[in-house]
Design a protein around this ligand. Sequence first.
Ligand code: PHE
Length: 452
Amino acid sequence: MKEVARDKWSSKLGFVLAAAGSAIGLGNIWKFPYSVGVNGGGAYVALYLLFLVIIGIPLMLAAITLGRKTQLSVFGAYKSIDKRWSFVGALAVICGFVILAFYSTVGGWVLYYFKNAITGELNSTDPAALAGIFTGMMSSPKILILYQLIFMLLTIVIVVNGIKKGIESSSKIMMPGLFILLIIIAARSVTLSGSMEGIKFLLIPDFSKITMDVAKNALGQVFFSLSIGMGVMITYGSYLGKEENLLSTAVSIPVLDTLAALIAGFATIPAVFALGFEVGEGPGLMFITLPAVFASMPMGQIFCIAFFLMVIFASLTSSISMLEICVSYFVDERNNDRTKVTLTVGALIFLLGIPASLSLVEGSCFKLGSLSFFDMYDKLSSNILLTTGAFLLCIFVAWVLTTKEAVKEIESSEVDFKLANVWSFLLKYIVPIGVFVILINSYKDFIVALFQ
Ligand code: PHE
């Protein structure tokens, strides 16, 4: 295993930007708003926030701590403490393959919309016209696959050039840019006439809407959005120097991530109500709604171009973290050539992603039971693989590494971890039990859906 002489981030900011870059992506801007719509609004948002605080943030701290303690990426980290746990590394690779396969589909949509923004084709507030552009894209296998390919190529090029160069430098401009733009769009969206219904939909929880399904989706979304459960945060944390404060990091990334998701929610949902779109639309929601918001703004086209450019960037900082996990497994653990591995793994993921892209075309045969391949990859990755990975991470840090050791590691950088007992209790009992109950249900439902 060649894992010596690890680079450190050139600064703490470098780590935060890279980790936040992985966390903030399509999960926040595209998936969160449409999930809120599909899962019933405020109650889903409330549940998401609850899971974030009692499960997401504690696990974020667990992941970063495990990484920094072992100074190893996900495979080495588990293996170095207990050999029997090496399988978690394999799970992470499988998870990376599945997520990136459908993530690149949506990445392709964003690229295509960027092109349309430049050519001015998105300039309309008419729901029917905008829905038409989306459906037009969805019914063209050529467009879908071409743009998915471009997205994968961009991801591959960055990963081939090494982890730090690509991520660190550019994040410093693009991330703040994305936040500023999202805030501007949200400001426009909430001031459209008729937006109040949407604001209420987001903020006022109707708790009767909470079902096991909603809970599953909210928990899966927490893991998906924070990039937890497939080792990204363990690996990134392993680059942190021993002097860094893990606590502030483990809180600031989820806070930034959640802010991005909520602002994206406010950018999308009020406009959906104001402009007469369908809130339960599903994956197309952002693509048909936001162009209408831009069209109702002065200099809308410029905002539209800048927005899609920044979303491309945000999704790339996420997709490279997924590909990086898969690639580093074959490089670190199997001593293969980095460039060759990246090209091969990237090509395989692209192939795996083609059925996901094509499965949304009308009358597509890429369905398993009642699920399209796209939905299957989505459910399989968030609700099953990431949730399983997060469950194992929790058990591992709580009971194998032990929370006592973990707390020692956290406090080694001269911080006083006042909530150490609360964190340990959550990690040992509440999180594993809560996640387990939901996970069992996800397995059951997933299997049932495949055979329907
Ligand atoms: N967190 C990313 C997003 O929200 C997706 C992601 C999931 C990235 C898992 C890495 C690992 O877009």
